[in-house]
Design a protein around this ligand. Structure first.
Ligand SMILES: [Zn+2]
Length: 287
């Protein structure tokens, strides 16, 4: 029966080349604004290994999410509007390398611009302060580049302080005496001096500092490249390296550093991307 054997051989080879389940990727939202947080979901990854990927220059760090995997990525508030590529690579349960790629379209954040004219002495730093601020910025960048390989946060993120009115000011930019300043990369909550400031989620106290602009600060590492920052504190209630739970007091509202009155400046970083912190409060969580 050579004919039957040949047909069987063809059938067997057809079965062998049928691809395993495709890698299904969903990026939410597909058209984020500057400063938005993006969730990348990967399905069909049962038994997969070495799942990795990127969004723009940002490395994606995946964590289990129900039957899928998910990663958080940030669209920095100064990302140029337009297309940003993403790609995912993994080795499936059968040992076959698989890939997926696509793009998202970043829209403008529509942040307000405020033009001010002030006496030069009020806005220009003396060289020593300039050097200090530059060194502190380098320290913060080094922190954001440090990725703890496990996810430390659990459940929803919460607003870290009770405030009189909704926080605001994310992304706003000041042009002082014709010179553009750094955009405001956090959200300001107005509250009385001494009001408790709590951890927005579980994490490790990665840095305590007394910085020129930020004043007394706490930086929490939530793992997988996500940090939250608490600036202008009056007092600090934690020590470096300590684990804190969501809702645990990390300090009190103050007006230290460059600040015009008691308030909490709350910021969030995903790698080097500065993102709008309240976006974290609405991440659909599975734990
Ligand atoms: Zn602020």
């Amino acid at each position: 029966m050579p004919y039957v054997v040949a047909v069987l051989a063809v059938l067997v080879s057809l079965i062998l080349v049928v691809p395993a389940a495709a890698v299904e990727v969903r990026v939410v939202p597909k058209a984020p604004r500057q400063g938005d947080t993006v969730l990348v979901f990967v399905a069909g990854t049962k038994g997969a290994q070495n799942v990795e990927g990127s969004l723009g220059a940002q490395h994606l760090a995946f964590f289990p999410y129900g039957a899928e995997l998910a990663a958080l990525a940030g669209v920095d508030l100064e990302t140029k509007p337009g297309k940003v590529p993403w790609r995912i690579g993994l080795v499936d349960g059968g040992g076959v390398p698989r890939k997926a790629a696509g793009t998202i379209t970043v829209k403008t954040g529509g942040f307000p611009v405020e033009r001010l004219t002030l006496p030069g002495g009020m806005v220009n730093l003396d060289p020593e302060a300039e050097r200090r601020a530059a060194n502190e910025a380098v320290r913060m960048r080094a922190l954001y580049d440090t990725v703890t390989p496990e996810r430390l946060w659990r459940g929803p993120f919460t607003q870290p302080v009770a405030s009189r009115k909704p926080g605001g000011g994310f992304g706003s930019r000041r042009i002082i005496n014709g010179q553009p300043r750094m955009p405001h990369s956090g959200i300001d909550y107005s509250a009385d001096r001494g009001t408790p400031v709590v951890a927005s989620n579980r994490g490790r106290v990665a840095l305590l500092g007394e910085f020129f602009f930020a004043g007394r600060l706490v930086a929490l590492d939530h793992g997988l490249g996500l940090y939250t920052l608490y600036f202008h504190l009056d007092g600090v209630a934690v020590t470096e390296g300590q684990m804190v739970e969501r809702g645990e007091t990390v300090g009190t509202v103050g007006t230290t550093g460059r600040s015009t009155g008691p308030h909490l400046h709350f910021a969030a970083q995903l790698g080097r991307a500065r993102v709008n912190p309240p976006d974290l409060y609405t991440i659909p969580v599975r734990d």
